[in-house]
Ligand binder design. Structure first.
Ligand code: SF4
Ligand code: SF4
Length: 462
């Protein structure tokens, strides 16, 4: 039940300067890696046992149920066994623990000439290389292409609209060849004629590098979207670039969307025969000493990477550690969680923010500050919740055109009928409603729980 026209986005300070200009640093020698399987763990067939020697890139587990998913050893060394470690979702996952021998003995595939390969050969390689959506979704990439028909355009999404995150930006600058090569491979896989790379207006250096690299192909385009949040939302990306709309998935309107880093992983898997064993991730926020982008092995502990980034500043008091961006990421209890393939960033943000009334400021400005209309800072929405003042800001700004305040009420009341009528499943969990709420109500938090409740209820009544 959408009553309102969806708004295109809100302006949020990017806070990207600390990391955007710095070259990516490699940290590929963790002492242990923990390859996460799932919460239950028994939906995977584990191909190794404690004591086994493994090589970097060796297949160690395959998912038995649902969409196939391959997991690889991301260091060479010895399998220790399985252990539970926190995942970015906050849930304890069963992980395969491997002790690094620091030899990096590697297993690779035979490179494929994609111009001559068939669609199925390319899809099979993408599956075998364990490639998933690296923009945060984590959905197996091969599943998007298997059975996809009538696709005319592949879009690479490099909009990276969340504050602080700059890993895709650095990848576009430092790995331009693989971005464009990956796009061409994906176009061949989907049998699409056109490829579009989407990035934000502020990403000047990356834009110039990509335009230069794409100039040799007349079916590739680089497209800029405004510096708004959530400009990287798939629906907005498809609409802005092609003026097309779809119900559930982009393939309904002839489009497949992949993240920039996913395209790089595809290019490396096809052209160089490398499985997905590492990724670039942003470590940022005011609480970390040396913010930057780091190339890390999947399964490295966040605590170890934060240590590489100089550790957490001591004089800041309480900090909040977020897995992902400040808008859609998940706050963690501590830094003891695993870096997964789909994790785009680790943020160490300041804790509770006390608002000191600036006595020299005009009363009107102070009021605007308190209502946080003038100081749009993502960490501000962690203040205590106040009663809803019915301002309608959350409704007006919801990019999906939903009614967040009513959805929250329905979620708190555990009313699955109203949740359904209010289209709870259309919520993209972007956090805009919580961000704009002057009463600092964690609206999307309640809606997220309402969504889970609705899914369970609907599933059980079918
Ligand atoms: S989190 Fe959901 S309800 Fe809130 S603004 Fe985003 S899409 Fe709308
Ligand atoms: S933005 Fe906050 S205060 Fe305003 S209507 Fe929504 S929930 Fe209420």
């Amino acid at each position: 039940m959408k009553l309102f026209k969806a708004k295109k986005g809100v302006i949020i300070p990017g806070k990207k300067d600390d990391t955007a200009k710095l070259a990516t640093v490699s940290y590929t020698s963790p002492e242990y890696v923990y390859i996460p399987l799932s919460v239950k763990g028994n939906d995977f067939e584990v191909l190794v046992k404690p004591g086994d020697k493994v090589k970097l890139g060796q297949k160690i587990a395959v998912r038995k149920t649902g969409v196939p998913l391959v997991k690889h050893a991301t260091v060479s060394g010895e399998v220790v066994g399985t252990e539970r470690k926190n995942h970015r979702t906050g849930l304890p996952y069963v992980c395969i623990k491997i002790k690094n021998d620091f030899q990096d003995e590697t297993l690779t595939f035979t490179p494929i000439d994609f111009e001559k390969a068939t669609k199925n050969e390319l899809i099979d390689r993408i599956e075998e290389a364990g490639i998933v959506g690296l923009g945060g979704a984590g959905f197996p990439t091969h599943a998007k292409y298997r059975g996809a028909e009538n696709i005319d355009t592949v879009i690479l999404n490099g909009a990276e609209c969340e504050p602080y995150l700059t890993s895709d930006y650095r990848v576009m600058i430092e790995d331009t060849f693989h971005v464009v090569n990956g796009l061409r491979i994906l176009m061949k896989t989907a049998q699409a004629e056109k490829g579009i790379i989407v990035l934000k207006q502020g990403y000047k250096e990356a834009y110039e590098a990509l335009v230069k690299e794409c100039a040799q192909y007349d079916n590739l385009q680089v497209f800029l979207v405004p510096n708004q949040y959530p400009a990287g939302w798939e629906r907005q990306v498809v609409y802005r670039t092609l003026k097309r709309r779809y119900e559930k998935y982009p393939y309904e309107c002839g489009v497949i969307v992949n993240n920039i880093s996913t395209a790089v992983a595809v290019s490396e898997a096809i052209t160089e025969g490398k499985p997905l064993v590492e990724r670039v991730i942003t470590v940022g926020g005011e609480g970390v000493i040396k913010p930057g982008n780091y190339r890390v092995r999947i399964g490295t502990l966040a605590s170890e990477l934060i240590k590489q980034a100089g550790g957490i500043a001591k004089d800041l008091g309480d900090v909040r550690i977020i897995a992902g961006g400040p808008m859609m990421g998940v706050a963690q209890k501590n830094d003891d969680f695993v870096i997964t393939r789909a994790l785009t960033g680790i943020l160490v943000l300041l804790g509770e923010h006390k608002y000191e009334v600036p006595h020299k400021k005009p009363v009107g400005d102070v009021l605007l500050d308190v209502l946080h209309f003038s100081e749009h800072d993502p960490r501000f929405f962690i203040r205590d919740e106040q009663p809803c003042v019915r301002c309608g800001s959350c409704v007006f700004n919801c990019p999906a055109g939903l009614q967040p305040t009513l959805l929250r009420d329905a979620a708190l009341a555990k009313d699955e009928v109203r949740l359904g009528k209010l289209d709870v499943m259309e919520c993209i969990d972007c956090g805009t409603c919580a961000y704009v709420c002057p009463s600092h109500i964690l609206i999307n938090d309640a809606i997220r729980r309402g969504k889970t409740y609705y899914q369970v209820k609907v599933k059980n009544t079918k």
